[in-house]
Ligand binder design. Structure first.
Ligand SMILES: NC(=O)c1ccc[n+]([C@@H]2O[C@H](COP(=O)([O-])OP(=O)(O)OC[C@H]3O[C@@H](n4cnc5c(N)ncnc54)[C@H](O)[C@@H]3O)[C@@H](O)[C@H]2O)c1
Length: 347
């Protein structure tokens, strides 16, 4: 049996702590190498785990290089921290978004690909068995040619969530925080987005940032898509409240994605595939078959995968290029919503 890989956690905040728990849950595959965080209060986490504590990434790496690094710092540090790890040849799991802008993100893509140092982006939903089964069903032709997709992301962030200034300002809203996950999945199912048209509103909360947006997409393969997004609607239809990924959220048992093909359609995460037995026609009966999938914690699955990436056994499931693809699509959504124009991503 191989020795556990030593993973350094840089940024021990909300998501950093979930990564620490996931490393502990991985058993003998991984262990926490150290905690790095400029906030001295986070040293208590290192003491509890009996691992070294550092205030900077550079100090941590020069003390004793880990096998891999999780960059769970605020977005503005992702570029610098990830490029530093790549320069030292250390594989990285960087939280989403890959960087603050697509231009910055591309620097990470180029550095990772040129130096051959793997970068895994924290779009953890991709590690969910539901997503992997849906992708397999689509690739096996279960619903025929994908023609159109729709995603609803309606949820209500409690009013005190907005006590933090940056969450009321441009960049802190549901387009950058939530939609990026949905866009990553829709591109995973349908391939790259080519064109975007979007509208946004801040009518309900009247903050500078958007609270609601509607987005239409054209994928390079010709499929179309729509996403309806809001963090100010009380509703049961969002990945967060349906996919059972984070026990902190209540579960509603509803669907939130609909993927439509020429032979059937797939609703997720309820995993029902709608078909017609004999003739495809709106006059004929239509039935659903349930695809049973056992849900597992995708953050834990992501750590197991990262351990395999560090060991050289696997290539990143979500490489830097995929994280960049999601980020540039989100930028296009924002550009379209602000300008009122259609944005062609390829240009
Ligand atoms: N995958 C997901 O679903 C998910 C969920 C939440 C957050 N995130 C992402 O994770 C990142 C962190 O978000 P969060 O909610 O955990 O934030 P947070 O504010 O709770 O934690 C960030 C931590 O980083 C520390 N930090 C700040 N500057 C640092 C530096 N230079 N070096 C090391 N540590 C530093 C802070 O002191 C803090 O402890 C963001 O990029 C966010 O988008 C992803």
């Amino acid at each position: 049996m191989n020795a556990p890989v030593k993973i350094a956690v840089v940024g021990a905040g909300l998501i950093g702590k979930r990564h620490i728990e996931a490393i502990a849950a991985s058993g003998s595959e991984a262990m926490v190498h150290s905690i790095t965080d400029p906030d001295p209060a986070r040293s208590a986490i290192a003491r509890q785990l009996d691992v070294p504590y550092f205030q900077t990434l550079q100090a941590m790496v020069s003390n004793s290089a880990p096998d891999g690094v999780i960059v769970a710092t605020p977005n503005r540090f992702h570029l610098e921290d990830t490029l530093y790890c790549i320069s030292k040849g250390i594989p990285v799991l960087v939280e989403k978004p890959l960087a603050v802008t697509a231009e910055e993100g591309l620097k990470i893509v180029i550095a990772s690909e040129e130096k051959g140092v793997p970068v895994l982006v924290g779009h953890h939903r991709r590690h969910n068995p539901l997503v992997q089964r849906a992708k397999a069903e689509i690739e096996a032709g279960s619903i025929g040619q994908v023609v159109s997709v729709h995603a609803t992301c309606w949820l209500y962030k409690p009013d005190d969530y907005f006590n933090v200034t940056w969450r009321r300002q441009t960049g802190g809203g549901p387009i950058y925080i939530n939609l990026i996950h949905d866009i990553d999945l829709l591109q995973h199912f349908c391939g790259p987005v080519e064109t975007v048209m979007a509208m946004q509103a801040n009518t309900a909360r009247s903050h500078e940032v958007e609270d609601t947006a509607v987005i239409t997409l054209r994928f390079e393969n010709g499929a179309l898509g729509t996403v309806n997004l809001s963090d100010t609607i009380v509703a049961p239809w969002s990945w967060e409240l349906t996919a059972r990924e984070n026990p902190a959220y209540p579960v509603t048992g509803q669907a939130t994605y609909w993927i439509g093909g020429t032979n059937g359609s797939l609703e997720m995460p309820t995993m029902r595939i709608w078909h017609q037995q004999n003739t495809r026609s709106w006059w004929e009966p239509i039935d659903a078959r349930h695809v049973p999938v056992r849900s597992t914690d995708p953050i834990e699955a992501q750590i197991k995968h990262f351990s395999a990436v560090i060991s050289g056994d696997k290539q990143p499931l979500v490489p830097a290029r995929a994280g960049w693809q999601a980020l540039r699509t989100i930028e296009a959504v924002k550009r379209s919503a602000e300008s009122g124009s259609t944005v062609n991503i390829a240009i």
